[in-house]
Design a protein around this ligand. Sequence first.
Ligand SMILES: Cc1ncc(COP(=O)(O)O)c(C=O)c1O
Length: 375
Amino acid sequence: MSGGILDRVQPHLLSAPPYVPVLPPETLAQRLGLPVESILKLDANENQFGPSPKALEALAKARSYHIYPDPEQAQLRQTLGRYVDYGPEWLVAGAGSDELIELALRLFVPPGEAILNFPPTFGMYTFLADTLGQKAINVNRRADHSIDMEAALAAVPRTRLIFAVSPNNPTGTSLTRAELDALLATGLPVVVDEAYAEFAGESYAPLVREHSNLIVIRTLSKWAGLAGLRIGYMIADPSLMEIAMRVKQPYSVNVAAEVATLASFEDLPLLHERVAAIVSERERLAALLASLPGFEAVPSRANFILVRLNGIEAKQVQARLREKGIMIRYFDSPLLQNHLRISVGLPRQTDRLVAALGEIVNKLSAENRSGVPRA
Ligand SMILES: Cc1ncc(COP(=O)(O)O)c(C=O)c1O
């Protein structure tokens, strides 16, 4: 409608593609007509153990929810810094890694300029770049999910900021030291998103000291089970972090997130035990998936597994799991045809998932053989 309010919206936002979010269990239960307890969310790489008991206790006890959070993030930056062996001046905390991804985009990329992105990867980089009127130059990964460095380096002069991820979502594969070195040598700022680093048992954070163009982003969403509270942090040169502190929203990390984070670090042994349990469950799940006909699991360093299906339609598998209340991710992009991504759950959840998969695969194969048309 001409002259309407939409004429006043920035044109790039009218056409920006939406982020495809995951839905909460209550919404899924309602849509599927199932009891909420039967919903098994293995679609967002959440931590099925939940938050640390100490975090839950601290949240129940805290009384300062009517007071704004500390805009200097003094205690938070101190505690997070101790965890990664940096002083507080090397860190900025945000409302999940997502806020820090956006902050990096705001810091380095003017509207109309481009980021360098390596699909298949986390969709947030291009989604947020789009909303800021920025562009993305996508250099597709090779078949083994490594970075096509020749093509990447050729694209560098047209870009302002590189997004690398380790382990990468959805492939679960790590960025190699040689790949990182080559990216850092370009002189461009390089964000290494380490949302899943704890499950890989490796991090490039120690290199931040040596490379002023390296920015590592971490989160408590996955290993510490705090996805719903939105808490992440960025590690980079103090001169950059000082500017980041100045230009970020001052109160974006809410009091509950701060309380839960500080208490989680009082419960590190338990949280580390849970990470170890998830890693061993990942290996068990990988073996079980590999035993299903047509399932090819990509070896993962994260808390999820990417699976390529051969001779079975991944879309059908996802749809039929969904009918049973089990949620997983389906990809149908040109780079990930007929793939599924499954988050690692607790042992009993793995058992439920694998039993359901076995049943579905058998049915689909029988339908294929008898030529039953599928919805
Ligand atoms: C690679 C990667 N980075 C960041 C995030 C988002 O993390 P946060 O919950 O801290 O915003 C995710 C979530 O799935 C992810 O896969």
